[in-house]
Design a protein around this ligand. Structure first.
Ligand code: ADP
Ligand code: MN
Ligand code: MN
Ligand code: MN
Length: 331
């Protein structure tokens, strides 16, 4: 008997990478082997020496095909045997190993926008819906657009064994969110990537496309982010609030490096309006959704827990964001 293995990898598209995938037929019980692809078609190689290597790093059941089929997330290597420059997972691996003793945990809130053709799902053709207000966590055919896709995607994530922690409708109609976590740095990033792939693939069957653009509609409409919640064991232990405050101070001293890694187009989203703090400022505060870093009220009351970095955009490379937080808060 044969099974289908969908090999998934991050490509070299600039300024924001995309996911690519292709299918390999394996014998039942066969470990997914190293494979290759044409890097000249993905922005990862020149035509003359176009072979890139796919190194499987995370495998889970494929809930769409079923029947023992697999999803195989890969790191990309060059023909020289070194991690490809687009392989940010390799860079995270090294930093994660260095700080493993601090037991970092992450929760990423992936926001995204559904599109049907050129318009967000549920919007009148070429026009605008009623102003924002009722749509966040809304219910009903006049307020929630795309729930069938959201529900199916949620089932797919759970069947794949991803550490999904919830979903919700967002402030802008046609915009939704799913959360992964709390888990470690490589796990949260791998699960985000596979969950994104499952989202694109699930919506494809409905003729709906998914945008991770951080400001999909200009004007008085919310952008899309990927708030990243972060903690170390010390933050989660008694007296952790002091460690959290110290981490906020460190984040305030390394703003530029973080903004550079928090998604292309971040200045379009971090305007200071729509529940964001301007990218020109840095603030942290308790329960403040207008701050760069929010310390949840419940965390402040308990005196321990985690912080929420509200700056990362929906189109982040999760491996880069996970690494930056480790470097800044744990070094
Ligand atoms: P919000 O109120 O900002 O919308 P969400 O409920 O969408 O919050 O997301 C909160 C995220 O924080 C979840 O993904 C959850 O797994 C994560 N989280 C909870 N506790 C911790 C922790 N100690 N460290 C890191 N992440 C955490
Ligand atoms: Mn959320
Ligand atoms: Mn949200
Ligand atoms: Mn949030």
């Amino acid at each position: 008997m044969s099974i289908k293995a969908e090999y998934i990898w991050v490509d070299g598209t600039e300024p924001t990478s995309k996911l690519r995938s292709k299918t390999k037929i394996l014998a039942l019980g066969e470990e997914p082997p190293v494979w290759g692809f044409d890097g000249s078609s993905t922005g990862q190689a020149r035509g003359g020496a176009s072979d890139c290597v796919l190194q499987p790093v995370f495998t889970c059941p494929d809930p769409i095909r079923g029947d023992g089929s697999l999803l195989v997330l890969c790191e990309v290597y060059g023909a020289d045997g070194q991690p490809h420059v687009t392989n940010q997972r390799a860079a995270l691996r090294a930093v994660a190993e260095r700080h493993a003793a601090q037991e970092p945990l992450y929760g990423m809130e992936q926001e995204y926008t559904m599109f049907e053709g050129r318009d967000p799902l549920g919007w009148p053709k070429g026009g605008y819906p009623a102003p924002q207000g009722p749509f966040y966590c809304g219910v009903g055919a006049d307020e929630a657009f795309g729930r069938q896709i959201v529900e199916r995607h949620m089932d797919h994530c759970l069947e794949a064994g991803l550490k999904l922690s919830g979903v919700n409708a967002e402030v802008m109609p046609g915009q939704w969110e799913f959360q992964i976590g709390p888990v470690g740095p490589l796990e949260v990033s791998d699960h985000i990537q596979v969950a994104r792939w499952l989202l694109y693939r699930t919506a494809e069957d409905f003729g709906v496309s998914i945008s991770l653009h951080p400001k999909p509609v200009k004007g008085d409409w919310n952008g899309a982010g990927c708030h990243t919640n972060f903690s170390t064991r010390a933050m989660r232990s008694d007296g952790g609030i002091d460690v959290i405050t110290a981490a906020c101070e460190k984040l305030g001293e390394r703003v530029d490096a973080h903004l550079a890694g928090y998604g292309h187009g971040i200045e379009q989203r971090l305007t200071g309006a729509h529940e964001t703090c301007s990218y020109k400022e840095f603030r942290y505060g308790v329960g403040d959704r207008g701050a760069s870093i929010r310390i949840p009220l419940a965390v402040d009351r308990a005196g321990k827990g985690y912080l929420e970095d509200r700056r990362p955009c929906s189109n982040i490379d999760p491996y880069v964001v996970a690494r930056l937080l480790l470097e800044t808060c744990c070094e």
